[in-house]
Write a new protein. Structure first.
Length: 127
C-alpha cells in the first residue's frame, strides 16, 4: 500500500431495541422476537477539513434521527420496511441510504454495520 491508498476513517455507534419476525430463516425467526441492535456508521476521507474527517456530532445526530422511528417498535409494522423483510441486512441498507445523503465530500459514508446480537452482524456499503 502506498501513501495514496491511505485514508482516515471514523465511526459513531448507536442502537435501538425492536422486535421483528421473518420467514427466511430458522423457525425461531419466524416467530416474533426482539433484539437490542447496535449500529455503527463509518465515514472516511483522504484529507481532513479543520483536522477532522467529519464532526462526530453531525454523524451521531443523523444516526439518532434515522433510528428514532424504529426504537421499541415491531419493525414489520414500520412503513420503512413495507415490501421488505426487516432483517439485519435490510436495516443496514436502509440506514446507509439515509445517512449517506447528509455526508458531503471530501468525507463519504463507507459502511453501516448492524449487530443483531453480540456476535451476529450485517453491513452495507460500497464494494
Amino acid at each position: 500500500m502506498n501513501k495514496m491508498d491511505r485514508i482516515y476513517r471514523v465511526g459513531v455507534r448507536g442502537g435501538f431495541s425492536a422486535a421483528h419476525h421473518h420467514g427466511g430463516a430458522a423457525e425461531s425467526c419466524r416467530r416474533l422476537h426482539g433484539h437490542n441492535y447496535r449500529v455503527e456508521a463509518a465515514v472516511a476521507a483522504a484529507t481532513l477539513e479543520n483536522g477532522m474527517v467529519i464532526d462526530f456530532g453531525l454523524v451521531r445526530q443523523r444516526l439518532e434521527a434515522a433510528l428514532a422511528g424504529w426504537d421499541h417498535r415491531i419493525l414489520n409494522e414500520v412503513e420503512d420496511f413495507a415490501g421488505a423483510e426487516p432483517t439485519t441486512e435490510e436495516i443496514s441498507r436502509l440506514l446507509f441510504n439515509r445517512l449517506a445523503e447528509g455526508i458531503s465530500p471530501p468525507a463519504s459514508l463507507v459502511k453501516v454495520t448492524v449487530w443483531e446480537t453480540g456476535d451476529c452482524w450485517a453491513s452495507y456499503g460500497p464494494d
